[in-house]
Ligand binder design. Structure first.
Ligand code: ADP
Ligand code: MG
Length: 407
């Protein structure tokens, strides 16, 4: 005989009541226990099954909060059903109270050994039944809580290990990058120290120049490392003011013109007639634009152009998570376009990561830390702006920076 469960899964989920599955081959026992549970102050929902096999099916489908299971039943005994349910991942955590008519403690022992939470002797006393049901449900709820907590802790632990790993990696790369220029400085200083009497003064000057170059590399790297650290510690202090973005970008363009000319690169700058006021941190904006222009000059071969354009018609990127086309904010758009090597799709994915020195190499012996764009991305996000790159391998790259317009 197949006994239909007395409620559906959705009913089960929609109310907060506990559901108990009562398994007994004798109908009068099922009815008696069910009645006690239904009329208890907790008003338990009750499912019933006449044998172990049906009980297993119902338990798998409905995941009751507790099972009360008779021992001796046809088809599949209570003990067999208990073992079956405890072996399965989906039903393992459902507490089971065994009903036993036998007085023997051997039975009690084998039930508890097989994973039963508790046992009740037949005939069942109403008060004892409810007390044991409450205790088993409470215990199981604490168990579930502890299990969830330990899963959360495990996850946190995993994240901490990953973070620690990333920090170590970061430290390793930073130390490695500092070691080369430091070794250079040390070697060059030793040459000056041991050969000062025999060296012509021009050569000493050259050596001092090389020492300065190495020191500059180190200063740049340390500055980048401090920026990354400040970003990760949440220590970027925004000093937002209203300023004309065209003037700021113009200053950066002018400061790079000389360097571009040295590489025979022409730096073009176009901007609208009107002043374009943005509300952002001017120093950070300058740092971001400087990074983008310096990259364009650094990675372009000679005899190419770099175009810096400011336009008034930026629209918040529809891909941005917090944006829907209709509510997109008006943005000022700053493009830095070069005619350099561009980049592959693979490189594009890593572009804004830390220490990502990719396929493109500096074309004029410039230094590369691979930190610039990760700093750019973070600074722009702090200022509620957007930055991304559009590029096809072999066909140059365009970096687009958008900053919110003053309302
Ligand atoms: N305009 C560009 N064109 C081609 N590749 C670029 C461009 N800008 C950056 N890259 C690539 O991205 C990498 C990361 O850039 P960045 O974070 O600024 O670090 P860095 O300039 O110190 O190497 C660079 O090493 C380079 O390979
Ligand atoms: Mg750079």
């Amino acid at each position: 005989m197949n006994v239909k469960p007395s409620m559906t899964t959705t009913e089960h989920l929609s109310n907060q009541q506990r559901t108990i599955l009562v398994v007994d081959d004798e109908e009068k026992n099922r009815l008696a226990i069910s009645a006690v549970l239904r009329h208890a102050p907790e008003r338990y929902d009750v499912l019933t099954a006449p044998n172990g096999r049906d009980a297993c099916g119902i338990a798998e489908e409905y995941k009751p909060d507790l099972i009360i299971m008779d021992w001796v039943m046809p088809e599949m005994s209570g003990l067999e059903a208990l073992k079956f349910l405890k072996e399965r991942e989906e039903t393992r955590d459902i507490p089971i109270i065994m009903l036993t008519g036998f007085g023997s403690s051997k039975h009690v022992e084998s039930a508890l050994n097989a994973g039963a939470s508790d046992y009740l002797r037949i005939p069942v006393d109403k008060t004892e039944l409810l007390a044991r049901v409450r205790s088993a449900i409470a215990l199981s709820a604490s168990y579930v809580q502890i299990k969830e907590q330990s899963l959360r802790l495990e996850e946190q632990n995993r994240q901490l290990i990953a973070l620690n790993h990333e920090k170590n990696e970061f430290l390793g790369i930073a130390a490695h990058d500092l070691k080369n220029p430091l070794n250079n400085i040390s070697d060059l200083a030793r040459i000056i120290q041991t050969e000062i009497t025999s060296l012509p003064s021009e050569e000493v000057q050259d050596l001092a120049g090389l020492i300065r170059q190495s020191a500059t590399k180190m200063v740049e790297l340390v500055r980048n490392l401090l920026d990354v650290n400040a970003i990760e510690e949440g220590g970027i202090k925004l000093n937002s003011t209203l300023f004309d973005i065209c003037e700021t970008v113009n200053r950066v363009v002018e400061s790079y013109t000389q360097r571009a000319v040295q590489k025979n690169i022409l730096l073009h700058f176009s901007f609208p007639d009107e002043a374009l006021t943005v509300l952002a941190d001017e120093r950070l904006t300058e740092q971001v634009v400087e990074n983008l222009i310096s990259n364009a000059v650094k990675y372009s071969p000679p005899n190419k152009n770099v175009f810096v354009r400011i336009t008034n018609n930026g629209k918040e990127n529809a891909n941005s998570q917090n944006v829907q086309a209709a509510t997109a904010r008006a943005m000022v758009r700053i493009e830095v376009q070069d005619e350099g090597p561009g980049m592959s799709e693979e490189d594009k994915k890593k572009l804004f990561g830390k220490f990502s020195r990719l396929s493109a190499q500096p074309t004029g012996g410039e230094h590369s830390t691979g930190l610039g764009l990760s700093i750019v991305k973070n600074l722009v996000e702090v200022m509620n702006g957007e930055v991304w790159c559009e590029s096809v391998l072999g066909a140059g790259a365009t970096f687009i920076l958008q900053l919110p317009k003053r309302l």
